[in-house]
Design a protein around this ligand. Structure first.
Ligand SMILES: O=C(O)CCC(=O)C(=O)O
Ligand SMILES: [Fe+2]
Length: 326
């Protein structure tokens, strides 16, 4: 549930080449206004952006500009991907989306999660081949950012981190994406990840059921009986989509035994038990976190132009079980 922050991860020469590249692409009109990406919100209305939003440019391989600098960076992020594959035992992490962003003075990015459980995404759930697994951010602001008389100020990343029980692994378990947290319990003051398994075979062979569970000593431990949107315990209308995180939180909470309800939070929820980590967007700083477990935002830029390169390592979407649809 935390952040990895590596100041100086990228040599300053390469960071300034990438910053210049982003600015040159912007001067060529290749950026567009963007707020939160579509799949970061459960309920999607038409998205309207204004000057308080950032500008983004997808760093696709055919993007003109300083390809040599981007290739150099690409090799480094791919090296990191390989290390993460090995250390996390995730064989199939892939570098997927990647984009430059420019935040002008006055712009910010509201709090959000980069990835959520498929069953909380409404109609978009279960439709993609891969999902965001690890978010990475590489900051490119000139040295002196945030200092008096410097090139700019503000625009810190603010991440809302929950301390986890020793040995707990957040994000996903057996392909089941984390849905929430359980406070306290086995380890005082810490949170245990709560996962949602949407593929519990119904005894009558009907609609698959779901179970919320935690992992104790490597074994899953069910926190709820099997339920579905058709169960009497599900408090929302059954058409499935269109609910915000808070409605979903109370619906999932209602599945838990009473003694656990007050201790449950959705991953979206931020409260006083989250530690707020603030990271200045200084050139060369790399930040990594689990896409499904860490709500975050960009504080308003107070002066200057905040430049960043960001992206996601994807892992395969959880496959449907063999028996499903057979
Ligand atoms: O620019 C940043 O620091 C954060 C960007 C972000 O959270 C996103 O694109 O999802
Ligand atoms: Fe994000």
């Amino acid at each position: 549930g935390g952040l990895v922050v590596a100041p100086g991860w990228l040599p300053s020469r390469l960071a300034s080449e990438l910053r210049d590249d982003a600015r040159a692409l912007h001067a060529r009109g290749l950026f567009r206004t963007s707020g939160l990406r579509d799949n970061t919100v459960a309920v999607g209305g038409p998205q309207v952006y204004d000057s308080r939003d950032r500008l983004v440019c997808n760093a696709a391989p055919d993007l003109p500009g300083n390809r040599a600098a981007r290739d150099d960076f690409e090799r480094r992020i791919d090296g990191l991907r390989q290390e993460l594959c090995a250390s996390l035992g995730l064989r199939s992490l892939r570098c997927a989306e990647q984009y430059y962003s420019i935040h002008g003075a006055g712009s910010r990015l509201d709090r959000h999660l980069d990835e959520r459980h498929e069953d909380t995404k409404g109609e978009r759930g279960w439709t993609a081949a891969t999902r965001r697994s690890i978010s990475w951010l590489l900051y490119l602001c000139e040295p002196g950012w945030g200092e008096p008389g410097g090139p700019g100020a503000g625009g810190e990343l603010r991440a809302f981190c929950r301390s986890t029980a020793p040995g707990a692994r957040c994000g996903a378990h057996d392909g089941d994406v984390q849905l929430g947290w359980l406070e306290g319990g086995r380890h005082d003051g810490a949170f245990e990840p709560v996962f949602l398994d949407s593929w519990v075979r119904a005894p009558d062979g009907g609609t698959p059921l779901s179970v919320l569970y935690r992992v104790a000593r490597g074994e899953r431990e069910a926190l709820t009986p099997p339920f579905s949107a058709e169960s009497g315990t599900w408090p929302l209308p059954t058409d499935g989509s269109g609910y915000g995180p808070m409605e979903l939180e109370s619906a999932f909470r209602a599945q838990l035994p009473e003694r656990l309800r007050g201790r449950f939070r959705m991953t979206d929820t931020v409260d006083e038990r989250c530690a707020v980590m603030s990271v200045a967007p200084l050139a060369g700083t790399l930040v990594l976190f689990d896409s499904a477990a860490v709500p975050h935002e960009v504080a308003p830029v107070l002066a200057g132009e905040r430049v960043a390169l960001a992206g996601w390592l994807h892992e395969p979407q959880q496959p449907f079980p063999d028996w499903f649809g057979a």
